[in-house]
Design a protein. Structure first.
Length: 254
């Protein structure tokens, strides 16, 4: 098994050092505290500064933690708060719909499943928490791309593979689909990701009314759909769940 990478260990040590004590330290302070040569410490600090993890005071030249660490920390907290707030509501959604319920967030040009409630029957199912789904074909992904500008950009920059014969793979059709999602407030995946499988999803907003995730259900197309498309009752249940989670996050009524 390969050992730890020394440069990463040193960078982590510098971040921990800046997180405690005086919070603002000069190059000499950092180097002496960690037993590093000044040149080594300076190189690591400059790299951390370029990535936004460290900031340097232009007057004193001292270093402190950067805003990027705060953003990453808030992202971690937001995901866990989102999941915690959604637990009861997604359980209710799975029970009332009879289908598997999912909660997803944007991650690395895809949808990261952060919570999954099994379909309430006796069938064998696989837990999908931690799985990645595409932005361009899934209901969760379309919702994120429709409401979150960052997700929209990530979707546009990702490779759109044809997963089934129904998958949208051209930009114009995808933009039309996103406009429809925004107009009606929910997205559908009708055998666009997996043959025989359909999904419906709606956006979750936080107290700033910013999109922070998507919630939805997935099941066999013959159960999710009827002659008019996605079952109206299923759409209503998913949207009610998304609104309830959003209210718990402080979004208010909408």
């Amino acid at each position: 098994m390969p050992g730890p990478i020394q440069s990463l260990e040193r960078a982590a040590a510098i971040l921990r050092l800046l997180a405690g004590g005086e919070r603002r330290l000069g190059l000499s302070d950092v180097a002496s505290s960690l037993g590093l040569a000044k040149g080594t410490a300076h190189g690591i600090l400059r790299t951390l500064q370029q990535e936004g993890f460290v900031e340097q005071d232009p007057v004193t030249g001292k270093y402190q933690l950067g805003a990027e660490l705060l953003r990453l920390g808030n992202s971690y907290l937001d995901v866990h708060e989102l999941r915690a707030r959604a637990l009861v509501w997604t359980d209710d959604l799975a029970r009332s719909s009879g289908e598997a319920a999912y909660l997803g967030v944007l991650h690395q040009q895809g949808v990261l499943i952060v919570h999954h409630v099994f379909r309430p029957d006796d069938s064998r199912q696989v837990l999908d928490v931690g799985a990645m789904q595409p932005l361009h074909s899934t209901a969760l992904g379309k919702v994120l791309a429709a409401y979150d500008p960052v997700a929209h950009r990530e979707a546009a920059e990702s490779e759109w593979s044809a997963l089934t014969a129904r998958t949208l793979t051209d930009a114009a059709s995808f933009e039309e689909e996103l406009a429809l999602v925004r107009a009606r407030g929910w997205a559908a995946d009708l055998e666009e990701t997996w043959d025989g499988v359909a999904s419906v999803a709606a956006p979750v907003h936080d107290r700033r009314r910013m999109p922070v995730g998507a919630v939805g259900v997935t099941g066999a197309v013959e159960r999710v759909c009827d002659g008019d498309g996605v079952r109206a009752g299923l759409v209503a249940a998913v949207r009610d769940c998304a609104r309830a989670v959003s209210r718990d996050l402080g979004a208010g009524r909408f």
